[in-house]
Every structure is written in C-alpha cells, then in structure tokens.
Design a protein around this ligand. Sequence first.
Ligand code: ZN
Ligand code: ZN
Length: 434
Amino acid sequence: MAELADTSKTSNQLPKTQKAIRLHAPRHVKVDDIPVPEIEHPDDAIVKVLLAGLCGSDLHPYRGHKFDGAEPFVKGHELYGEIVRLGSSFASASSGSNKAEGRPKGYATYRVGMKVIATFSVSCLECEYCIHGFTSRCVHSQLLGSPALPGAQAQFIRIPKAGGTLIEMDSSDLPPETAILLADILPTGYFATLQAFQHPNLASFLGRTNGLVDSYFNTNVVASAPNKTSVMVFAVVGLGPVGVCALVSLIDFMVLQINGARSETNNGSQSRPPKLTFEIIAIDLQEARREQARKFVEQITEESWASEISVKFLSPNDAVADSCHAVLEAVGSSPTLALSSQLARPFGVISSVGVHSNPVFPVPTPLLYDKNLSFAFGRCPVRTLLERSREVLARRQNAFKGFVGTLVPLSEAPTAYERFEKNEGGKVCFAPWA
Ligand SMILES: [Zn+2]
Ligand SMILES: [Zn+2]
C-alpha cells in the first residue's frame, strides 16, 4: 500500500483547519473545512488520522435514525493514526510529574509520534464497568462520530480518556488497513461468537458442565459420548464486513475446540469432550455478498479443518427453521432478528451485535417461551477483547487478504456512502491525506 501520509512534519505544528466528512441531513454527507480539535481535558489526545473506516453503523444516522439534522457532525468511529498532541495527564507531556502513576498504562507510555488505533467508543479503563471488562458501557462512554463527539472521518480527531481509549500499534507488524479492523469490526465479530460459545446452553455440547450438575453430566453427556458424534449448527445472519469477521472468528473458535478435543483424546483423558463436527450456515439476501464471504473463507487454507467444519452459503429462504444451536446476528434489523429467532432450535442462543433502531422487539413472546430462546445483545467491549481479537487476526490473516478494498479520499465521501449503503464493494476506508 502507498504511504498514507508524510508524517514526518506533523508533530510540532498543527494546521488551524482540517477537512472532515460531516453529516448535514439524512443521506447528505459533505466534506467541510472545520477547526482542528484541541486538547479540552488533561486526559485527551489529538490524533492525526491516517486511515478511517466506513462502517455499517455509520449508516444509521445517515438514514436518519436518532439524527434530527439540527447540527452537522463529523462521522466515523474507526481509525488508525498517529498521536500529535497529549494532555497534561500523560507523563511524556508533563516532564517530571508523576500524574500517570496508578492510572492505565497509556498515561505513562504514550508519546507524540506513536501509531495508534482507538476503540470505537470511549473506554477509560478506570470505572467499575471498565474494570470488570464491560468497557463498551464505560461511565464515560461516548461513540466516536456521534453528535456529542466528532468522529474519525477527518484529518484530526480528539480522543477523550486517551490513556484507555487509544491502543498503541508501534509494536505491531500489522499493516494499517488490517490493524484498523481491530478498532471495531473484528472484535465485534469475535464478541458475537464469544457470546454464543460461552453461553451455558451450549456448554454440554462443547464438553463443559456449565448449567448441568456433575452427576447428570457424567451419567448422560459423558456416558453417551464414545458412541456418538454431535453436530452443532451455527448460523451467521448478514455477511457484510462484521458478518465476515463473525464468520472467521467462529471458524477460529471451532478449530480451537476441535484441536483441544484432539489433544485431550491423544492424552487419553477420561473426561474428553464429546466428538463434534460443526456446520455453519452463512446467510445473506445478496448473492454477491455470499460470494464475497465465500472467497474470504476459502482463503483460510492453513488448517485441515474442512472435514470437521462445513460452511454453506444460503439465502434466507433456503435456511431451515429450528436448526441452529446458535445464531450470530450481524445486521441489526427487525427482519434479521426475526429470522434468527426462526432459525434457532429449542434452547438456542441468539447473539446479536448489529445496532438496532426499532423500539419494538420484533419476536412474538410466545415463541421465546415455546423455544426457550436466549438472547445476548449489544455493543462490543473492544478494549476487553482486543488481545483475543489480535490473536485471531494473527492466526487468520490469510482470510482478510483483500478485505479492505481501495482507499478512498475524503472528497469522494458522498459516492462512497451511497455505494456502501447499496452494499456495493466490501469494507471501505478513507485516507484523509490522500
Ligand atoms: Zn464500525
Ligand atoms: Zn470506564
């Protein structure tokens, strides 16, 4: 990839104005000249944006959801960039002070010139939610690129609670267009998978006792295991960029599960997990998206997983009701949530990471009771899952070859948004200095 910007001269002098993509009215984005942000709080950082993602959830205000058009605002919540200013809470910005002591490590270690990504919502790492791993519901949580906090589709961005929200990338050998996947969509896809895999309703299939007393588990699950191969069926609903990340994470979880079972069998362990094979049903309305997702999955070549994991790419009409142990919903619409509930089998789990805007829950309550359905919803705690997602990315780099298509200059924002809304092309990133 070509150089994203000449970053050698940025540290000392910042310009007064910058270019930024702002949403003025539903379906009306425009490139504006606006002031370069400044440090407003000692915990802030100013980051020069070298790459900014365009994400499915950017489309919600674009379509007029939760946006009245009163004030234009800077879009975008995914970025890769370089720190150009740090507030006085950072050790490197206030020499001799020990303000960073006892605070998240970033306040002691972050320096101007460092390459970083940011979690897509502010994560302080100091409040009770953050401490327990629920960083997506930090008490300081603000979504980057919302009316309250100007976003990343600009040349510069102000990052609040930057000692927690920023993640340094200097020590990473990932190229920027891969690293930026860690700002949102890969952890979000991973989260969709994790919420399903760790659910108690799936535990006994995976050889864990959660939810069953040990004696019941041993008499029934373990005793029947030697004669039986269980098939677990998972669906991924929606094969946009987040859906593909969920699909790759799901395959990664399955490979680890299979390899874990193999190594326990080799060791002659008494309580080995039951023999398992996995089926994945990858669903999207559009054939082009199914084909694109198939291409990424077929790039996973380094494992001999094909005999134990099968992936079928289907249109919603071809999927079988009541067939899935878990459904990963990666769209955030009422029809996809209703479809997910249809596909789940009794005691099935629906893990939904799409951003929903319908105030009414679209699944009839009798269906919830009659199928004992479980739901897990919401925004991904990116900061908590970062290291795990980074491992998935390291193991599955092949799958993401060609994932970010062409880089788009800010000036082409109106067309890029239009095309992205029509699902044309794959993941889009803006290069604000191109
Ligand atoms: Zn995003
Ligand atoms: Zn917090």
